[in-house]
Design a binder for this molecule. Structure first.
Ligand code: ATP
Ligand code: MG
Length: 478
């Protein structure tokens, strides 16, 4: 049925359109925006550097065009090219159906259930090719708040522009003619550094509340300002984020946190008063000065690693973002006299239960997070064989990095981090010396007193009287 609809929409016109389009662009008079028609910009107008375009993306558009279809680069790649930035990936939009696309390439796979698209693969490189699709018809199935539940409808190129979120994300670029096709004044918005929603912002946010997060993410990443009309409804509608399926929210969170601009994204979310509801895991944490400092350092560290081309670990960052929630529950339990390790385990369980429900943090991440957290009290124990056993742990490195962040944030003694750095770097003889020195120090100061002093910065605001906890921390490593 969808195929039939598709044929009805495009029919034979599909083959004629690229030529018509190319001619329209050659004639300067035709570039003027007609009645509702798109505006075309040639190379002299947009100045895209063709060297920034991936060869594989060009291969895909050329193959589709040679088979008689329309094919353009779209979305973030065109936006980035116009800003002179090398895109991290390339998406192609075409009027060919997924089956037609697949037949044209040797290694192509149809993916997706909600809306099918095709992954065309060249070695490790994947170009995502999607069929033009229409914005939701008026009678689209929605939830009680207007969120669209199904949008699997093919459409024309114009429809495909209209269903996109922001004007700067709705541009089409044909690498063969070097023409940019602009249906929604995206090029002027790029020049003015403005994020502007296509259509009525409130309705578009209701259709898909994730667009609120995207507005802030792009503004932070690109250094753009969110247009007033696009920004205004966000604060009012932020609570709609609660209706977004957890897996979807998780995907967008990942994009935000690993954009290389996570700190700026968060700063903007807070400046707009949007972190409530938009990012459930951060609601509580950002209200605590100690938590805020720790998270700021963690995000800065992640941004820096991304800019330096280093790897980043989602489990590590999630462990950082949720740490102060765990810490709070843990300290409360210790204050009630519960034992250190079981209390930590219970705190981890509670936080993960809450957050996985909202954010669908996958099991492989939560297992790592537990280990990173669980190793923290073990890193405080610097006698006997304990440090050697910790050193051999699979997650030692992550746990140690985590400890260094805690030291930098002022919630653990800097001396503890320095001790571990030395312990890692020195040889076996050096390690024995470090351990002996530590034992002497511990004995000299008196074990109970010293341990309690070390725990204090760990529990900002917590009452000092957790006697049961401090004695118990001695038995952590077994
Ligand atoms: P990035 O550089 O972060 O990948 P992007 O613009 O490419 O940015 P994607 O999430 O990869 O973002 O989406 C590709 C394109 O699909 C967008 O540019 C936009 O046109 C469209 N799009 C994505 N998500 C939505 C949405 N929620 N609503 C409408 N259009 C969307
Ligand atoms: Mg993209």
């Amino acid at each position: 049925m969808i195929k039939a609809l598709f044929r009805k929409i495009f029919g034979r016109k599909a083959k004629a359109t690229p030529d018509a389009h190319a001619k329209a662009v050659v004639k300067p008079s035709a570039r003027k925006r007609g009645k509702g028609g798109p505006q075309s910009f040639g190379h002299a107008d947009h100045g895209i550097n063709p060297a920034l375009v991936s060869h594989n993306a060009i291969r895909v558009t050329r193959t589709l065009q040679e088979a008689g279809f329309l094919a353009f680069l779209v979305g973030g790649a065109v936006r980035d090219l116009l800003l002179g930035v090398k895109p991290k990936d390339f998406d192609v939009a075409t009027n060919a159906t997924p089956e037609q696309i697949q037949r044209l390439f040797r290694r192509a796979r149809i993916i997706g259930r909600r809306f099918q698209l095709v992954h065309v693969m060249f070695g490790n490189d994947t170009i995502e090719v999607s069929t033009f699709r229409a914005n939701q018809p008026q009678d689209a199935e929605t939830d009680a708040h207007g969120r669209v539940l199904r949008d699997n409808v093919f459409g024309s190129q114009e429809d495909d522009a209209a269903r996109r979120d922001f004007t700067v994300n709705a541009l089409f670029y044909d690498p063969a003619t070097q023409i940019v096709v602009d249906y929604h004044k995206g090029i002027p918005d790029i020049r003015a550094k403005t994020m502007r929603m296509i259509g009525d912002p409130e309705r578009r946010y209701r259709e898909d509340p994730v667009r609120m997060l995207r507005a802030v993410r792009f503004a932070a990443k690109l250094g753009f300002t969110i247009d007033t009309g696009t920004r205004e409804p966000i604060a009012r509608l932020a609570e709609l984020m609660g209706n977004v399926p957890a897996a979807r929210l998780f995907d967008e969170m990942m994009k935000l946190l690993f954009s290389g601009h996570a700190l700026e994204c968060l700063r903007q979310l807070r400046a707009e008063g949007l972190h409530h509801g938009l990012l459930p895991m951060l609601d509580v944490v950002l209200e605590q000065p100690m938590g805020e400092r720790f998270i700021t350092l963690a995000l800065q560290n992640t941004d820096d690693r991304i800019h330096a081309g280093k790897t980043t670990s989602p489990s590590f960052l999630f462990a950082c973002l949720l740490w102060h929630e765990v810490l709070k529950l843990w300290q409360e339990a210790l204050a009630r006299g519960e034992h250190t390790i079981p209390a930590l385990g219970a705190a981890m369980d509670r936080v993960l239960d809450q957050q996985t429900e909202k954010l669908a943090i996958q099991r492989r991440f939560t297992a790592d997070m537990r280990e990173i957290w669980g190793l923290q009290p073990r890193l405080e124990r610097r006698t006997g064989r304990s440090p050697y056993r910790v050193l051999e742990h699979l997650r030692f490195r992550a746990a140690y990095d985590f400890l260094l962040l805690r030291c930098a944030a002022g919630e653990a003694d800097a001396e503890l981090g320095e001790w571990w750095t030395e312990f890692i770097e020195t040889d076996s003889e050096g390690r024995e010396i470090l351990l002996t020195q530590q034992t002497l120090r511990d004995t000299g100061a008196g074990p109970a007193k010293r341990k309690r002093r070390r725990r204090k910065p760990l529990a900002p605001g917590a009452e000092g009287g957790s006697g049961g906890g401090s004695t118990d921390s001695g038995g952590v490593s077994s």
